[in-house]
Design a protein around this ligand. Structure first.
Ligand code: B1M
Length: 228
């Protein structure tokens, strides 16, 4: 008889996904540590464990099997797990390559995706000013005046709040600041077409794409500096 003493990555990630779906806040940190010990990259744990679990939580909510209380606990469960994973997502923060102001737009309290983007941006060498959630356009404008970032990044998870992104861009234009920054948007309902429509420079489908777009902008700016 073969005794199986180690789980495959698939099984470990499956357990993490199930822990999110079952709102198992007690065990999530232990499961994340197990995954890290097994050599699974932290970002894969987030995308293939947490995100897959949250998708199912969302579906259960749509079907009326879960309520707001379950969405809240699912969010808290992810946050507990993130405490274990965050150190493994960190890169060399010493060398700064640019500055990003990031926030979830007014009316929207979803911040799991935005936080992941902020962590990965920091890990890639960006100085990140995180304005939090439910951020009104004036606050984005103030932050751009104060911190003079290269990039403004906005997140929205609700179809009802994604239009706030356009209000932020309008406010930046009115303040004469729009041409000083690149604007990137993200969140489940956001598309490239929507970005074009509201005058954003790009939309990102996930955190990695978002970080790569931000890096490419600074790389190009750097090249043109050298050319001048
Ligand atoms: Co909410 N919720 N929620 N919720 N919630 C959704 C979004 C929903 C799709 C669930 C569903 O019905 N299936 C639905 C929206 C429907 C719609 O608008 N079409 C919904 C609803 C309806 C609501 C409420 C209205 C429920 C109510 O009150 N009756 C309410 C709204 C509150 C508000 O915001 N005003 C609400 C509340 C909540 C909680 C606060 C309880 C909780 C969030 C906790 C938290 O964030 N701290 C919550 C949760 C957990 C969810 C689900 C289950 C998970 C969201 C999530 O974190 N996903 C969600 C269902 C789902 O998404 N399938 C749902 C994982 C995360 C990693 O993905 O944020 O997309 P995401 O981020 C990705 C990319 O989008 C991208 O990178 C990230 C990582 O790869 N990205 C960027 C995001 N921002 C970026 C910025 C960038 C680049 C990339 O810039 C550079």
């Amino acid at each position: 008889m073969v005794i199986k003493n180690s789980m495959s990555w698939e099984e470990i990630l499956g357990n993490i996904k199930s822990a999110i779906v079952n709102l198992d806040i007690e065990n999530i940190q232990r499961l994340c540590l197990e995954a890290i010990k097994a050599g699974i990259p932290a970002y894969d744990i987030i995308m293939k464990g947490f995100s897959k679990g949250l998708e199912i939580v969302g579906e259960n909510y749509e079907r009326g099997e879960y309520y707001l209380a379950e969405l809240v606990v699912a969010g808290e469960t992810v946050k507990e797990g993130m405490k274990v994973l965050e150190p493994y997502l960190k890169g060399d923060e010493a060398q700064k390559i640019g500055k990003v102001v990031i926030g979830t737009v007014r009316g929207d309290l979803h911040d799991i995706g935005k936080n992941i983007v902020a962590i990965l941006l920091r890990a890639s060498g960006f100085d990140v000013i995180d304005l939090g959630v439910d951020v009104p356009p004036e606050r984005f404008v103030e932050a751009v005046r104060e911190h003079k970032p290269d990039i403004v990044a906005m997140s929205a998870l609700l179809t009802t709040t994604m239009n706030e992104m356009e209000n932020v861009i309008k406010a930046l234009k009115e303040a004469g600041l729009r041409n000083n920054v690149k604007v990137i948007i993200g969140g489940a309902p956001v598309t490239d077409e929507f970005a074009k429509k509201i005058g954003a420079d790009a939309a990102a489908k996930d955190a990695v794409e978002g970080v790569n777009i931000c890096k490419s902008w600074l790389y190009r700016a750097d090249q043109s500096c050298q050319a001048n």
